[in-house]
Design a protein around this ligand. Structure first.
Ligand SMILES: [Ca+2]
Ligand SMILES: [Ca+2]
Length: 373
């Protein structure tokens, strides 16, 4: 029997007061649901003015047909990336009040990934005349990151405000990961936490759902894993077999599974020995299998289930019914987890299933509005 070295800390039942790490994210299910109840009054005038200044740098753009150098613009509340030749627009603030991008509001949270996608796709892009010019979409990983790092494509700052962390700039816990805030803060209330393009609170305040544009593709996972040298096979009954010692399990439902000692049985069937853990009633855990070199597998995760075999033995099965399931990204950390050093524009977590509804907000992007003919 050969031992398998786990490469991830195994996670636990969602804890109400997790001193959670940025990668864990399980505390999203705890607390903060009441924050949306204490929204500040809307200051649309101030918001609109600020947004317009950022969007166009020219309040007449789009209306003056004689302006030869007109560029595409963004609707009120969105900022162009980059301003000089917008590739896309992004909400300047975490979404609040349904689908709006406004300063001074409590961010929408407790939505699933699917709900965030639908909310963005239902939000009209409206031009200065009030005409609908299209609809928004949930920010993709590339869009979200470039809006934060200030450089479209490769490169950019590590933090919205620069390349060095500044404690207190964004709405995050302190350097020891002890919360400074006990609830979500109004959007845009940290004046230093703004990117070069004018997007506020990408780091901190609410976590944000972001679309990685990937879904479960079992064949692609096996091909990539094989190419990377992993020995992993699936039996006729979907049970997984391996002589590989470099795989790890990532929990899917927010269940604590510390205490597992994974090992490969004699025939190579992947099995976890559950010791000193509290199994859920059905002893069925749905999650992902990942390899330690996951980045080289292009962040593909294999959908697997742990199935109780009795005697505290859990077998790993491929969960083929999840083929095509959307992956999710979660970015930016939150007021209750992460630090100024740990939470960068480039950090990304993929651990939540698309149906998870915790303390995660979102922001939308859109195509720019073309200049008037
Ligand atoms: Ca970039
Ligand atoms: Ca945020």
């Amino acid at each position: 029997m050969r031992g398998i070295k786990w490469t991830l800390p195994l996670l636990g039942y969602a804890c109400a007061a997790c001193g959670d790490q940025p990668v864990a994210g399980l505390a999203d299910s705890a607390g903060a649901e009441s924050a949306s109840a204490d929204s500040a009054p809307i200051d649309t005038a101030a918001t609109d003015t600020a947004a317009l200044d950022r969007e166009t740098g020219d309040s007449g753009a789009g209306q003056d047909s004689a302006a030869p150098a007109a560029v595409a613009t963004c609707m009120v509340g969105m900022v162009p990336v980059p301003p000089e030749a917008p590739l896309y627009c992004i909400d300047a603030y975490e979404v609040s009040l349904g689908t709006l991008s406004l300063a001074g509001q409590s961010p929408e949270v407790a939505l699933t990934f699917h709900m965030a996608v639908e909310a963005c796709e239902a939000a009209a892009v409206v031009d200065e005349s009030g005409a609908v010019r299209g609809y928004k979409r949930l920010a993709s990983d590339a869009e979200w990151e470039d809006a934060a790092d200030g450089t479209p494509g490769e490169g950019g700052w590590a933090f919205p405000y620069g390349d060095l962390p500044v404690e207190g700039a964004c709405i995050l816990p302190d350097a020891g990961n002890t919360p400074v805030y006990d609830e979500l803060q109004p959007t845009g209330s940290a004046p230093a936490c703004v990117s070069q393009f004018g997007a506020y609170d990408q780091i901190g305040n609410a976590w944000e759902w972001v679309d990685p544009g990937q879904s479960v593709d079992t064949a692609a996972w096996f091909a990539a894993a094989s190419a990377a040298g992993h020995d992993l096979r699936v039996g006729d009954d979907d049970r997984l077999y391996s002589g590989d010692v470099d795989l790890s399990w990532m929990n899917y439902e927010g269940v604590i599974v510390t205490g597992f000692v994974p090992y490969a049985a004699e025939d190579g069937a992947l099995t976890l020995e559950a010791s000193a853990i509290e199994l859920p009633n059905d002893a069925y855990l749905s999650g992902y299998l990942e390899a330690s070199d996951q980045a080289e597998l292009e962040e593909r995760y294999l959908p697997v289930a742990l199935v109780d075999q009795g005697d505290m033995q859990l077998a790993l099965y491929l969960e083929s019914v999840r083929e095509g399931e959307t992956f999710t990204s979660k970015r930016g950390c939150a007021y209750y987890t992460g630090t100024a050093i740990a939470c960068t524009n480039q950090s990304v977590s993929h651990e939540h299933p698309p149906g998870f509804a915790g303390t995660i907000g979102y922001r939308c992007t859109s195509d720019p509005i073309p200049p008037a003919e």
